[in-house]
Design a protein. Structure first.
Length: 352
C-alpha cells in the first residue's frame, strides 16, 4: 500500500498506529531484556548527533537493540554546543551517564549517497566535504567541553552512506575506514585498524564500538543481497517539532526539527518549504500535511506539565512561522500536540 497517496486523515491515523506499535515493541519483555543484556555486556553509553533525515536509522543499520543509541536530531545535521538548549540537554545526558560509571561514545554523524549527490544531505547543500568539516568542528567543541584525553567522552565522526546504510569512520587526521569497502580479510582486522586509527580510544569504548561495526557489516551485506532500491525523491508530509520522534523513524514521511537552534524559525521554514515543494510537484496529495509537536518527559507531575507547555509553545511557534512564510501551506495544516512518556516511548496526544 502506498501510504503517501492516502488522504491526510488516514495517513495521520497510520502514523499514530506506527508510533503505538513502536512503543509496544519497546516495552515488550524481549526488548527490555535484550537492552539489559546488551548494556551489561557493553556498558559504554551511546548517543548520535545527526540529521533529521528518516533514512538514518542507526539502530537498524548497526543491529543494536532499539532505544540504546540516544538520538539528538536536527534539520540538516547542524549542531553548535554553544546553543544554550542543545548544550544543556547534551551535557545533562552525558553527566548522567558518567555519573552512573559509564563512558560515553558520541557518534557525530553526517550522511551522503554514493550513487547520487542529490540524495545526500540537503542541509549542507549536498556538499559532503562541508558536512564532514562541520562534524570535525563539532568534535573539537565536544573536546573543549568534555576533555581532550577522551577518557570519559569519546567523540567519533562518522558518515552514513544511505544507498547501502554503510558507516564510514573518520579520524581527525583525514584517514578513514569505510565499512562498505572492506574485504572479508580487512573486516577481520577491524580491531587492529580501529586501534591504529584511534590510538587514544579507551579499550572499553573500542570493545563496545566493535559490535556496532560488525552489525553494520552484516546489515550492508543484507541490503546488497536484497538489491534495495534507494529512495529517490522527497515525499515527506509530516513536520515534527520537538524531541522524542524516534517512534517515527522511517524514511520519507517526517521532517524533524529539534528544539536546539536559537534561530528555530529557520529550520521550521526550511522543513515547511520541503513539504510545500512535495505538494507542488505532486509527490504527495495536496489535501493536507501534519504538524506534530512533542516533548518528552520522564516523571509525572511538574516535569510532564512543563513538557505540555513546551509542546504547546513549539506548536504555536511553528504555526506562526508557517503562516508568515508559507501561507498557502498554512491553510492545509493538520495539528497534533503530544508529550512523550520517554520510559515507555509512548506518545500521549493532548486534547486539541
Ligand atoms: Zn541531512
Amino acid at each position: 500500500m502506498d501510504i503517501h497517496a492516502l488522504p491526510i486523515e488516514e495517513r495521520i491515523r497510520w502514523l499514530f498506529q506506527r508510533a503505538a506499535q513502536h512503543a509496544a515493541e519497546f516495552c515488550g519483555s524481549e526488548s527490555v531484556l535484550a537492552r539489559q543484556r546488551y548494556l551489561a555486556e557493553h556498558p559504554t553509553a551511546l548517543a548520535a548527533l545527526k540529521c533529521m533525515d528518516g533514512r538514518l536509522n542507526l539502530s537498524v543499520a548497526t543491529r543494536t537493540p532499539i532505544g540504546l543509541i540516544q538520538p539528538f536530531r536536527n534539520l540538516g545535521g547542524r549542531f553548535d554546543l554553544g546553543w544554550p538548549h542543545l548544550g544543556e540537554v547534551l551535557s545533562d545526558w552525558v553527566l548522567s551517564q558518567v555519573g552512573a560509571g559509564r563512558r560515553v561514545l558520541l557518534l557525530l554523524n553526517y550522511h551522503h549517497s554514493r550513487g547520487c549527490a542529490q540524495r545526500g544531505c540537503a542541509g549542507f547543500g549536498f556538499d559532503l566535504a562541508a558536512a564532514r568539516a562541520h562534524m570535525q568542528a563539532l568534535r573539537a567543541q565536544v573536546e573543549q567541553v568534555f576533555g581532550r584525553a577522551h577518557d570519559s567522552v569519546y567523540p567519533l565522526v562518522c558518515g552514513f552512506e544511505t544507498d547501502e546504510d554503510a558507516i564510514c569512520l573518520d579520524a581527525p587526521d583525514g584517514r578513514s575506514i569505510d565499512l562498505a569497502a572492506l574485504t572479508p580479510t580487512e573486516a577481520a582486522e577491524l580491531p587492529q585498524r580501529l586501534m591504529a586509527l584511534y590510538p587514544d580510544m579507551p579499550e572499553r569504548v573500542r570493545a563496545d564500538l566493535m559490535p556496532l561495526l560488525l552489525g553494520n557489516l552484516a546489515h550492508v551485506a543484507a541490503v546488497r543481497a536484497a538489491g534495495r532500491a534507494p529512495e529517490v525523491e522527497h515525499r515527506e508530509w509530516t513536520l515534527c517539532v520537538g524531541r522524542g520522534f524516534d517512534v517515527l523513524h522511517m524514511p520519507n514521511h517526517a521532517l524533524i526539527v529539534g528544539p536546539y537552534s536559537p534561530q528555530l524559525d529557520q529550520p521550521i521554514e526550511t522543513a515547511a518549504g520541503i513539504i510545500a515543494a512535495n505538494m507542488r510537484a505532486g509527490r504527495i496529495p495536496e489535501d493536507g500535511f501534519l504538524l506534530l509537536a512533542s516533548v518528552p518527559y520522564e516523571t509525572v507531575g511538574p516535569e510532564r506539565e512543563r513538557a505540555t507547555l513546551k509542546a504547546c509553545f513549539l506548536r504555536d511557534f511553528a504555526l506562526e512561522v508557517i503562516a508568515a512564510r508559507h501561507p498557502t501551506l498554512a491553510s492545509r495544516v493538520h495539528v497534533r500536540t503530544a508529550v512523550m512518556d520517554w520510559r515507555r516511548r509512548r506518545l500521549e496526544l493532548l486534547p486539541a
